[in-house]
Design a protein around this ligand. Structure first.
Ligand code: MG
Length: 489
């Protein structure tokens, strides 16, 4: 075996972002046969994503995709989102007696594959991510403390390098292509490299990498036998983990503060100033955030009858709920207490119980839900109004309580129980408000003005009784803010 010199792997040294995690192969590059690339976010690590139960779709869109709208950076380029998650993972690593394993933050199967790859001296495996080096390299140093990221026998880190995006404004895919091309060129000295595997969660990156590997394979076919060349992209189901509500709100607030500060300091008057706000309170029985599967099942049944609608039109955004009051109106402690106690007449005068009932039902929060707040319903009919230009919501479900919820005090007449929510259609928020208001004042109008289609054996809907408000944002034009500022001076 030839002796390996440090500068043989200049390329790995150059792209690596965390010196303490650099783990140069023991054999020279001419003996390297395999290159494995692991994407980090949501592929290897369950990175946090904005919580759909907490924030409005518009706020999530701003946080995730609007790179240019937030001058301080979006969700993925903000240090704190990943830092909070690393804090929680580290706390679990340091407390081995905890019921929760730190593996919940990692893709265990991929870690196993990386451990096996590490045992093979002719394999180079790296973590390659679009996270910016300048912002994140210090944070990634913390990975060296996680014992399960080390080899059982040598205590070495199981990846050869951790490569973050260095000094460039390239998009993530182009950057990754550049790094992989450069690694292939420097490792494939004697046409020895005959296998590249890329693990990736994002569908469009999977497709782009497939095209990229096909190009590489065509080049390789000039030099090695094409039968011995393998280029594979392995699509990985995205894994993520939600932050605590309080942490997430604090992070978003800080992102907005930083953006606003930059706009003011740099006189960026064409950019808006962002502020967080809570939407009007809604009260009723809320369907969980993971309702999609149940509704797809319903869609399949419906499709036999209504072929013209696509399932994505019918799927609602969170929250879907059975309203028992008009949005913006706060439920009285008495009503809350009656629903929770199943109409027990004695508790109406019990002020402590009423007060606790209100506190118990406030969303969102992390505490475990009380069983008394759980209610089960079944869909019995559906009304679709996608073509209507009036005030009727695009989609409404008629429901009845079933199972242990049958006969319980619900706070509304059985014939006035409807499941509503926003779809992708325009103005659904306003229509939902009209629906709840009309239901409270003229329930017969609801019955008369909608076309109901009966649903046989409709899905069961598991709900939680509560009050809910969603985090949203408002924007003020930058010049307004600037002129207010000038007036003060
Ligand atoms: Mg990813």
């Amino acid at each position: 075996m030839e002796e390996c010199k440090l500068n043989d792997y200049e390329c790995l040294i150059q792209w690596n972002s965390v010196p303490d995690l650099l783990n140069l192969p023991k054999v020279p590059p001419s003996e390297i046969k395999r290159l494995i690339i692991y994407d980090f976010d949501n592929t290897l690590y369950a990175s946090p994503k904005p919580n759909e139960q907490l924030s409005s779709p518009e706020l999530i869109e701003l946080l995730l995709n609007s790179r240019d709208k937030l001058k301080s950076g979006n969700w993925w380029s903000t240090l704190e989102t990943l830092e909070y998650s690393f804090d929680r993972c580290s706390a679990l690593c340091e407390n081995p007696t905890s019921e929760i394993s730190p593996y919940i933050f990692w893709n265990k199967l991929l870690l196993k594959s990386a451990q096996l790859a590490h045992k093979d001296p002719t394999t180079v495996s790296i973590i390659l991510t679009g996270r910016k080096h300048d912002t994140f390299h210090k944070l990634f140093e913390r990975l060296q403390y996680a014992s399960f990221l080390k080899d059982d026998t040598t205590n070495a880190f199981i990846f050869n390098a951790v490569c973050l995006k260095k000094n460039c404004n390239m998009n993530t895919f182009d950057y990754k292509e550049k790094v992989i091309t450069s690694l292939v060129e420097s490792l494939n000295i004697k046409n020895n490299l005959n296998e590249i595997t890329i693990y990736e969660d994002r569908k469009h990156h999977v497709r782009q990498f497939q095209a990229f590997l096909t190009k590489l394979s065509l080049k390789a076919s000039h030099t090695v036998s094409s039968a011995s060349w393998h280029g594979t992209v392995v699509p990985v189901a995205a894994k993520n983990f939600l932050l605590h509500y309080e942490d997430e709100i604090a992070i978003i607030e800080k992102m907005f503060d930083n953006h606003n500060k930059i706009c003011i300091e740099q006189n960026l008057n064409d950019l808006p100033i962002f502020k967080l706000k809570w939407s009007g309170i809604k009260s009723g029985f809320f369907h969980g955030v993971h309702f999609t599967e149940e509704f797809i099942e319903l869609d399949n049944k419906l499709f036999e009858k209504i072929k013209k609608y696509h399932p994505t039109q019918i799927l609602n955004k969170y929250p879907m709920y059975i309203p028992i009051t008009v949005p913006g109106n706060v439920l009285s402690g008495r009503i809350c207490a009656q629903i929770i106690s199943n109409g027990d007449p004695k508790i109406i005068d019990d002020k402590t119980f009423c007060r606790n009932s209100i506190n118990n039902m406030k969303f969102p929060k992390d505490s475990k839900r009380n069983n008394l707040l759980n209610f089960i319903f079944k869909i019995t009919a559906i009304s679709l109004n996608f073509e209507s230009v009036g005030k009727i919501p695009s989609i409404v479900y008629k429901v009845i309580p079933v199972g242990e919820s049958k006969g319980k005090f619900i706070g509304k007449k059985l014939e006035d129980l409807y499941l509503v929510g926003k779809t992708k259609a325009k103005d659904d928020e306003l229509k939902e408000y009209w629906f709840c208001k009309t239901l409270a004042t003229e329930p017969n109008l609801i019955k008369q003005s909608m076309n109901w289609i009966d649903v046989k054996d409709g899905p069961i809907i598991r709900t939680t009784f509560g009050s809910y408000s969603q985090l949203d944002y408002i924007k003020t034009p930058g010049y307004n803010f600037q002129s207010e500022n000038s007036n003060v001076q």
